[in-house]
Write a protein of this length. Structure first.
Length: 189
């Protein structure tokens, strides 16, 4: 049973913990928006750094806060802030050819956050983040197929295979960034 002193200490810490969490959630949401602006235009889906940030958000913030950071990003874009690739905004971006990728960001961050918490190793981190990427690419490719291409082969080629080298680099970078920083800070508050 906590003493009065320890109960007061917990009460004093709680608001700062909530503020720290809000800061990092908002920070990763903004980082995702900035990563969307670092773009190599390509049709129908551009090359961006968004997935790198989504993977790191899940790993550093955990499943709940990682997902919330990406929900905040999607909410900002749906409300008209130009946070999507190419400075795009609006709900129609979520319903269009690239919407499947975007809509998978919260689930991918949650899965990465959960899996990374299970075990600490470079290999496990890599596979945890690969699972997050798989969620993004399955969702994105399915929506690309349904909304634009209507050919499974074309959707897989234009929505997955063409990005394999690029996302391999981002996956490796995210794994190494997380693993090195996590030696000191496995979870951001």
């Amino acid at each position: 049973m906590p003493t009065d002193a320890s109960a007061n200490e917990l009460t004093l810490r709680r608001p700062s913990t909530i503020l720290a969490q809000a800061f990092w959630v908002a920070g990763f949401s903004v980082a995702t928006a900035l990563a969307a602006r670092l773009e190599i235009p390509h049709s129908p889906v551009p090359y961006t750094l968004q997935t790198l940030v989504v993977l790191l958000a899940g790993a550093f913030l955990g499943p709940r806060n990682g997902a919330v950071s990406q929900l905040l990003y999607l909410l900002a874009g749906s409300m008209g802030l130009p946070v999507f690739a190419g400075g795009a905004a609006g709900v129609m971006q979520l319903l269009g050819p690239t919407g499947g990728y975007l809509l998978a960001f919260p689930a991918a961050a949650a899965v990465v956050g959960y899996l990374v918490s299970v075990r600490r190793s470079v290999v496990w981190t890599f596979f945890s983040m690969a699972a997050g990427l798989a969620i993004i690419f399955v969702s994105g490719t399915l929506q690309l197929y349904a909304v634009l291409l209507h050919s499974v082969g074309q959707a897989v080629s234009a929505g997955l295979l063409i990005f394999s080298w690029w996302d391999g680099i981002k996956l490796t970078a995210a794994t190494m960034i997380y693993f090195e920083v996590a030696k000191r800070w496995p979870r951001i508050p």
